[in-house]
Ligand binder design. Structure first.
Ligand code: UT7
Length: 329
């Protein structure tokens, strides 16, 4: 029997506090013009000192449960995609499980950089198709402001905080997730890292004084990788769904840089009205970028039932992932 799995609830949350490019130009040597021209970002949202990733993940999860008319006890599994967990362990997913009282759920985190939400959807779908789970809560949540080097102008301008969540379950046959393409290239792992705090470089006076607990990125190389991989993974996912570029009704790309999105639009021959962009407001929220964008587009009625929606993500690892959905809500 061919089981179809789709998104039946979706929600997101971003913190209230906005930090503008002007604000950043007061702490590092940059300007609004440079940031807008090179990235498309105008502002980003930032949590306060006391707010952690699980707090904003919980808010997004509750909104997804409400949207999906689902009670927490019905959730069998919680997957949190994040590179900014509350702590190494317990997992952020277990902390969210407690706060939303999803007492029947198995819970775990995945570390896939900005591709995490797409990987999470794919994992959740597989558990449902295998008959192991009925309802899976997938969350992408980040507080990147906590791991950004606020002295490094090449990275601190890029990132923001936010969370998005969805509920996956069986849906009408032929709808939901039609195909996926996931991949990794560990050879490029050194291009985007948070070097210290793990078993290789445990926290020490040296790691702190050398600022090794913050994001390090070779932006130019990651940019080239992104431009290359988007076209390939999108086409591979479409081929698996036996669809072509002209079948795409809506495109939700990872929100890292407007120039990367524009290059993808050109290569995939997609017009602006089919592409969702919100990085001007939020910057790059890593694993939260796609679910927040998807939630906003859905709530603005830019996606309707039956639309073919393409999600494409890329990020640390290096990793990438695409999903083709036939929107079932
Ligand atoms: O989520 C996945 C991970 N991240 C990404 O996808 C990011 C991918 N990369 C990028 O988006 C871009 O590479 C950046 C936005 C990070 C940088 O843009 P770029 O056009 O690649 O700039 P660049 O790194 O080649 O730097 C050009 C110049 C440099 O000065 P010199 O060496 O030419 O004198 C930088 O020092 O721009 C300088 N620069 C800045 N100037 C003003 C770098 N950051 C800034 C800044 N303000 N914030």
């Amino acid at each position: 029997m061919n089981i179809s799995v789709g998104l039946t609830g979706i929600g997101s949350y971003v913190p209230d506090k906005a930090v503008t490019n002007e604000d950043l130009s007061r702490i590092v040597d940059t300007s609004n013009e440079w940031i807008v021209e090179r990235t498309g970002i105008r502002e980003r949202r930032i949590v306060d000192y006391y707010t952690s990733t699980s707090d904003i993940a919980t808010k997004a999860a509750l909104r997804a449960l409400e949207d999906g008319n689902t009670s927490p006890e019905e959730i069998d599994m919680i997957i949190v995609a994040t590179v900014t967990p509350d702590m190494s362990f317990p997992s952020t997913a277990c902390i969210v499980q407690k706060s939303i009282r999803a007492v029947n759920a198995a819970a775990f985190d995945i570390s896939v950089g900005c591709s995490g939400f797409v990987y999470g959807l794919s994992i959740g779908m597989s558990f449902i198709k295998a008959g192991v789970c009925r309802k899976v809560l997938v969350i992408g949540a980040e507080t990147l402001s906590k791991i950004v080097d606020w002295q490094d102008r090449s990275t601190c301008i890029l990132f923001g905080d936010g969370a998005g969540a969805c509920i996956l379950e069986r849906c009408e046959e032929g709808y939901g997730i039609l195909s996926q393409d996931l991949g990794s290239d560990g050879n490029g792992g050194n291009l985007l890292t948070l070097p210290a705090g793990g078993s290789k470089l445990p926290a020490s006076y040296e790691t702190v004084s050398n600022n090794l607990h913050t994001i390090k990125m070779d932006g130019r190389e990651v940019f080239k990788f992104a431009v290359r991989v988007i076209e390939k993974t999108a086409n591979d996912a479409l081929e698996k769904a036996q669809l072509s570029l002209k079948d795409i009704d809506f495109f939700v790309p990872h929100q890292a840089n407007l120039r990367i999105i524009q290059s993808a639009m050109k290569k995939l021959d997609l017009k602006q009205d089919k592409v969702y962009v919100n990085l001007d407001k939020y910057g790059n929220m890593s694993s939260a970028s796609i679910p927040v964008a998807l939630d906003e587009a859905y709530r603005k009625s830019m996606i309707k039932r039956g639309d073919v929606v393409l999600l494409v993500a890329f990020g640390a690892g290096l990793t990438w992932g695409s999903l083709v959905l036939k929107w079932n809500k």
